[in-house]
Design a protein around this ligand. Structure first.
Ligand SMILES: Cc1cc2nc3c(=O)[nH]c(=O)nc-3n(C[C@H](O)[C@H](O)[C@H](O)COP(=O)(O)OP(=O)(O)OC[C@H]3O[C@@H](n4cnc5c(N)ncnc54)[C@H](O)[C@@H]3O)c2cc1C
Length: 454
């Protein structure tokens, strides 16, 4: 592809972690000759993939009690590719960090549940350990100080658990420039719509038109909007869920500490994480509240939002089902209050005390400028809120990805799935052996050797 060319074999829309990982996957591991990446802002990963937007957790499924066995298996195969990338390409200590992590059970009921989970999941994650109060006094003393209830934790001390997804996005893009594939980066270029002309796609942007043989839309919350405009994904609507954080005034935890999931609640419970953007000060969160925007700290056109919300009977039915449950209603109200200045602290501290009983509301502060949006998908036909990622593979050379959590952890797994589809469509080779060598650890989980769940 010549510089300044208007044609590319593959166009990627969106320069967050998903778009950047796909660019790397295509340029290094396929025979695709040219890729153009369109990003509306001036640099990669300014939205949900920014280090300040998410919890920086490499989700494996071992301590996430909101995942069942099937989901944990799928997520672990996918996210272990990120851990393997970090090790193979030598980014430990700069992009990926080994920090202990655990899930904490508080009270007899949660302890029984955790023990059951430990037995069921240890075949999948043989490295997990159980830590009683005595062990926790050594590992993470703040969890035990002033604690009356019995506790038990399940965790591990020596895995890559913390990832700077913003730096990872930048690195994927930098590395792809050194490959055989011609990479053309179009920053500050917003894709307004996409049309089809004969067998090509026309990418309409605020900087002119471009043409491609295939397209992957990794535009976060905007992916569904672009899909709807092309007549795809009508069965999906979106519920944009904002997530905010609170900081402790000092570093209190060395480990990532998750809490047991209340199975009734739709989003993961609050956790405490050492934050890599703030000298490892402890960051608590995220909260979860519905927001009338697709981008945190940016405005958007209200008409676009209404298109995505698709407030018809089936979507309103999902909202009704969510709100009729007393626990969920209380959860939504609580999360709304967490956003309010001053009194937010007073309410949020109650959640945090499950982790650190001795903290008071003066010990935490709202993390201004932190947090992001999770584009949660509603399946209108099934009348269900889907709690993971969603992909619309049209089978016609254009794919749309919607990536709420754990989209950053699964970035290489998703990119691998898309690379397979694109290589089939374009009739080019995917270099599976090279992927296996560099991104799959045969001692742990190898994505290529497994049948991914759909
Ligand atoms: C509070 C919170 C905590 C989270 N914690 C974790 C975690 O600990 N671990 C984890 O794995 N995941 C976590 N996630 C999820 C994770 O952040 C996302 O799954 C991931 O960042 C999604 O990446 P993406 O590239 O698909 O989307 P984004 O990062 O949103 O990037 C989309 C990109 O597309 C661009 N774009 C949009 N429209 C256009 C257009 N029309 N033209 C050109 N460019 C466009 C945007 O500018 C943006 O750069 C969390 C999310 C939130 C909100």
């Amino acid at each position: 592809m010549r510089k300044g060319s208007y044609y590319t074999q593959v166009a990627i829309i969106g320069g967050g972690i998903s778009g950047a990982a796909l660019l790397f996957m295509l340029s290094r591991y396929t025979q695709i000759e040219s890729v153009m990446l369109f990003e509306k802002y001036g640099k990669p990963a300014t939205l949900n993939s920014s280090a300040k937007a998410n919890s920086q957790t490499l989700h494996i499924g071992d301590i996430e009690t909101n995942y069942d066995f099937g989901k944990a298996k799928k997520v672990s195969t996918s996210s272990s590719m990120v851990a393997n990338f970090i090790t193979h390409f030598n980014y430990e200590g700069s992009i990926g960090f080994r920090k202990p992590k655990m899930v904490l059970a508080v009270g007899e009921e949660e302890i029984a549940e955790l023990k059951k989970r430990y037995s069921a999941f240890k075949t999948l994650f043989p490295y997990l350990e159980l830590w009683d109060k005595g062990a926790l006094e050594e590992i993470e003393p703040m969890l035990t100080k002033g604690r009356k209830e019995p506790i038990l934790a399940m965790g591990t001390k020596d895995k890559i658990t913390t990832v700077d997804f913003e730096k990872l996005s930048q690195t994927f893009i930098e590395l792809s420039k050194d490959e055989h594939c011609a990479v053309d980066l179009k920053f500050n270029t917003e894709v307004t719509h996409i049309t089809k002309k004969w067998d090509k796609f026309l990418i309409h942007t605020d900087k002119g038109e471009f043409m491609s043989d295939a397209v992957v839309v990794n535009a976060g919350a905007h992916s569904l909007l672009l899909a709807h405009e092309m007549g795809y994904g009508d069965k999906y609507a979106m519920l944009p869920i904002g997530g905010s954080f609170y900081f402790a005034k000092t570093q209190l935890l060395h480990a990532k500490v998750y809490t047991m999931q209340n199975p009734k609640l739709p989003f993961a419970a609050v956790h405490g994480d050492p934050d890599l953007t703030a000298n490892w000060r402890t960051r608590f969160g995220p909260t979860a509240f519905a927001m009338m925007t697709l981008e945190r700290y940016h405005d958007m056109e209200i008409l676009n939002l209404f298109d995505l919300l698709s407030l018809d009977r089936s979507v309103l039915g999902v909202y009704y089902d969510l709100m009729k449950d007393e626990d969920i209603r209380a959860y939504i109200m609580r999360n709304f209050v967490h956003e309010l200045p001053h009194i937010g602290n007073e309410f949020f501290i109650k959640e945090v005390r499950k982790l650190i009983p001795t903290l008071s509301s003066d010990d935490i502060e709202y993390a201004d400028g932190y947090g992001g949006m999770r584009p949660q998908i509603i399946d209108k036909k099934a009348k269900k809120l889907l709690l993971g990622e969603a992909k619309i593979d049209t089978g016609k050379g254009i794919i749309f990805n919607m990536t709420p959590s754990p989209g950053a952890s699964s970035c290489l797994g998703n990119a691998f799935e898309d690379a397979k589809i694109l290589c089939d469509f374009l009739g080019v080779d995917l270099l599976k052996r090279k992927i296996k060598k560099e991104l799959c650890d045969e001692k742990e989980y190898c994505y290529i050797n497994r049948q991914p769940h759909r």
